[in-house]
Design a protein around this ligand. Sequence first.
Ligand code: SF4
Length: 219
Amino acid sequence: MLLNIKELNKEIENCTKCVRLSQYIKQVAEKKVKRFSDQDYYGKPLSGFGDVKAKLLIVGLAPAAHGGNRTGRMFTGDSSGDWLAKIMHRYGFASIPTSQSSNDGLVLRNSYITAAVRCAPPQNKPTKEEMQNCFDYLAQEYRILKKIKVILCLGKIAYVTTCKLIKVKPEQFGHNKLFEYKSVKILTSYHPSKQNTQTGRLSWKDWSVVFQKANQLVR
Ligand code: SF4
């Protein structure tokens, strides 16, 4: 049955297909970390969000345990979200340059943010089976978002999952690569995780170059 975006998001929110991840996100939400100990964690699977008429689809790996899993929105409440919102705002894809909470007023324009896996995995490492379990949600989302011209993949797992989505063979992953297919263009970037941004693997300049290209491709 073909679902609309609201129905799909509801299904995702209630999903418990992966026992390990369902337990983990609840444990994290109960235990919390010291700096967020006064906050209520969301602690459920996350759907994507943004403009359903978007031409740009951004695919990440999975929600962060104390970022999206806490705030209830992908790329929200952590440093990856800060990097993403800032650059999206610069290129007109976001209404504000920050992403702090699910009610902060952030509106995405001509863009939609999603992920390969909807539950935060321990050490950011979902198993193959968990990725397989979650893949259908991305496939359904992609069918609903009919206007996508460019898919920006943040990290190798997002790239490999996107190749599966559009049924092409993955090439060697790297930063700022563009692969053009009949139906869609795939652009790749290193993920803006602290591991990459704090070690200099991903500089602000290199991050900007990718969004400049994405912006040109969807206009
Ligand atoms: S990772 Fe995906 S398939 Fe697994 S429980 Fe979460 S939402 Fe369901």
